[in-house]
Write a protein that binds this ligand. Structure first.
Ligand SMILES: C[S@@+](CC[C@H](N)C(=O)[O-])C[C@H]1O[C@@H](n2cnc3c(N)ncnc32)[C@H](O)[C@@H]1O
Length: 326
């Protein structure tokens, strides 16, 4: 059987017309190639999650597993490539400086860029808190001969890092889970944007959390977000983007006013949509990052409740607390 080359794999991942089956095969081939050339991120290894100042930084094996979430990986690869193209249009003639925080064991989001851009066109700084993880990423860059693309390696918690060099055109991080719990996407993004030049780009461009309630199959406005689960949106409870991130602080709170008769019976879910860049979007239910999370089970004891309060915190391990209020 033909084993695809790295460039053939990247080509499929970057191709928005590629059928899903081909994307799955490309990710499978990529996984095998990396295991062969770099070594596998071993789930038996003594490598634990690390507590960063922004949230939990997942261990090397879980970080490797992210790669196998095919729709996530293809969405981020395509979105980042589109953001770099946009940066080239915004900053003509400049080498596009990319800050990649949380590069994981294979610097996965950087790899496909090498098939699109030369080392004169892009330069990347890679940050990773986990020493075992960054060693694998460094080996990846060495084995594939991409050293000339790399401006610097930083083995550190992003939140404790200060950039003493030039500002960046593009900053990217995928340090998130569904509904933005546990990991540090919000504070990592907040810190990253301080290193961007004016008109620089944050990837993902927006993460939107939407509260939704169960709805009858096929009802107008409702969407089947996982098999037999139809949800109808109630309101956006949080948006993470260049406008909201500078002023963000934990704990975050959003209050949704409701008809009293409804509140006591509601089953509420949080849905996540990730706009990686422009039309490269991970929709509700597409990936582990966007699966629905149930936060209220339809048994609110207070009959006088007229609103639902969504609270996200604390900063070291963010999770949602959702309850009714009068
Ligand atoms: C979800 S994995 C993503 C890996 C890879 N970028 C990808 O997309 O496949 C997130 C990585 O970010 C790292 N990380 C999380 N928070 C960090 C922080 N504050 N500073 C540096 N690295 C961090 C974790 O150790 C982990 O390797």
């Amino acid at each position: 059987m033909h084993s695809p080359s790295p460039n053939e794999i990247y080509h499929t991942l970057l191709d928005t017309e590629a059928p899903l089956g081909e994307v799955f095969q490309a990710v499978e081939a990529w996984k095998l190639l990396l295991a062969e050339q770099i070594g596998e991120a071993d789930k038996m290894a003594e490598n634990d999650d690390v507590q960063s100042q922004a949230g939990v930084a997942i261990n090397v094996y879980e970080a490797f597993l992210c790669l196998t979430d095919c729709i996530r990986t293809a969405g981020f690869v395509r979105g980042l490539a589109a953001a770099v193209h946009e940066a080239q249009a915004r900053f003509p003639g400049e080498c596009i400086r990319i800050l990649y925080a949380g590069c994981g064991p294979y610097a996965a989001l950087f790899q496909p860029l090498t098939s699109l851009f030369s080392e004169q066109e892009i330069a990347v700084t890679l940050i990773e808190i986990n020493s075992e993880t960054i060693s694998m990423a460094q080996k990846t860059v060495e084995v594939f001969g991409w050293e000339s693309y790399v401006d610097g390696w930083v083995e550190q918690d992003l939140l404790t890092w200060t950039n003493l060099g030039k500002p960046y055109h593009v900053a990217v991080t995928e340090t998130m889970q569904k509904a933005l719990v546990k990991e540090g996407q919000i504070l990592n993004s907040q810190h990253l944007v301080t290193f961007l030049c004016p008109h620089g780009l944050l990837v993902p461009q927006e993460v939107r959390i939407t509260a939704a309630t169960t709805a009858p199959e096929g009802s107008p406005g409702a969407k089947e977000v996982s098999p037999h689960l139809w949800l109808s949106p109630l309101a956006d409870v949080f948006k993470l983007n260049l406008d909201t991130v500078p002023g963000f602080s934990f704990p975050y709170e959003y209050s949704l006013d409701m008809d009293k008769s409804m509140v006591s019976e509601l089953e509420v879910y949080l849905l996540t949509e990730v706009r990686v860049f422009e039309d490269h979007i991970l929709h509700w239910g597409d990936s582990c990052l966007t699966y629905p999370v149930k936060v209220l089970n339809g048994m609110i004891p207070s009959p006088s409740a007229s609103s639902i309060v969504f609270r996200l915190g604390p900063k070291e391990h963010p999770h949602w607390q959702v309850g009714a209020a009068s």
